[in-house]
Design a protein around this ligand. Structure first.
Ligand code: KG4
Ligand code: ZN
Length: 331
């Protein structure tokens, strides 16, 4: 069964064709980075307009890359939320209309569950149960995944998402947008120990996160140390990244212990962070845990994860209805 996945929840227009839920035939992601770069963040109105312009070319490229025709599509899945309403509407309406025209079943999927399903597309998917940390630009949460279709939220951020903190700190450091990947790169030249930023909630038993305090501490530090010397920005980036990574790794490992589960996984855009990956492998490995990391192209937003989840939902008999609408927030 070939499922077409469509993803347009934020600033990536993506389509993918996946066979039987685990073999990617093609996956195309059109980034809108250059549209939003001058503003230092995603401008929702510009994002939805660009999705409208990109969706057909992305779809055509996805078909041609896979050597597949419209008639070969057996089902359609599209992200329903959470995300930006105007952006979601473009992909979701496109998917509905296409499925209607092709007379194939379709289903709306949850973007966050999609990020977890990226892990099931890997050559070595994590066996269930496992604990997953989803860290993206809009969400940071810990999940107990007891089966591919059943995940329990254990804790989440009370303010900024981890990726959002990366983006905001990058903006403060005039490093541009999106910030995560730039901080990741620049931090490699810095000393993570020279400037110590707070680790919110580390000492508490809570499974929740808070990142706005770290971001504020970086802003305060910059105001108090206006003179930059060579290497200063790299040290700030490294110190900030280390604080975020410390909290994420510690909470993920502790959640795994508390559920008596020795398997941990990362998902979402921040899962691409090289220091987070390295530290999780080291620290969870030291506690005899198995660590599962998505490949870099499956960390950020993509439609292969949407198609993978959609396949499972369709196979379980789930169907979208024409009156289904998108939603902006989870929960
Ligand atoms: O999952 P994603 O592509 O979109 C959302 O669902 O939000 O995540 C995007 C987020 C952005 O905040 C971006 O800065 C962050 O993931 N990100 C990174 C890295 N690559 C992307 N954060 C830290 N290190 C990276 N290498
Ligand atoms: Zn995402």
């Amino acid at each position: 069964m070939i499922v077409l996945g469509i993803e347009s929840s934020c600033d990536e227009t993506a389509a993918a064709l996946v066979r039987d839920g685990n073999r990617i035939l093609s996956s195309v992601v059109a980034s809108q980075e250059e549209v939003h770069h001058p503003y230092g963040g995603v401008v929702p109105e510009l994002a939805s307009r660009r999705h409208l312009e990109s969706i057909l070319p992305v779809m055509r490229q996805t078909l041609s890359q896979a050597g597949v025709g419209l008639a070969d599509i057996d089902g359609v899945a599209a992200t329903r939320g959470p995300g930006l309403i105007g952006s979601l509407l473009v992909g979701f309406s496109f998917a509905k209309a296409l499925a209607f025209a092709l007379e194939v079943p379709w289903v709306g999927v949850n973007h966050l569950e999609g990020h977890i399903h990226a892990l099931f597309l890997e050559a070595q998917p994590p066996p269930c149960p496992f604990i997953a940390l989803i860290a993206s630009g809009g969400h940071t949460g810990l999940y107990f995944v007891s089966s591919p279709m059943s995940m329990e939220l254990l804790g989440q951020t009370r303010d900024d998402a981890a990726g959002e903190a990366f983006d905001k700190v990058a903006k403060m450091l005039s490093l541009g947008y999106p910030g995560g990947v730039v901080i990741d790169r620049i931090a490699r030249q810095g000393d993570p120990e020279r400037i110590r930023f707070p680790r919110p909630f580390m000492e508490k038993s809570s499974r929740d996160f808070s990142f706005s305090g770290i971001k504020t501490a970086v802003g305060r530090y910059l105001r108090e140390h206006p003179d930059s010397c060579p290497g200063h920005v790299a040290d700030i980036a490294a110190g900030f990244q280390e604080a975020v990574v410390d909290v994420l790794v510690y909470k993920l490992i502790r959640a795994a212990h508390s559920k008596g589960c020795l398997r941990v996984a990362l998902a979402g855009g921040v899962a691409a962070n090289s220091r987070l990956r390295e530290r999780l492998v080291r620290d969870a490995g030291a506690e005899q845990m198995e660590v599962y990391l998505p490949s870099l192209q499956l960390c950020g937003d993509n439609a292969a994860m949407v198609a993978a989840l959609g396949y499972r939902l369709l196979a379980a008999g789930r169907r979208g209805r024409l009156e289904d609408d998108v939603f902006s927030r989870s929960g």
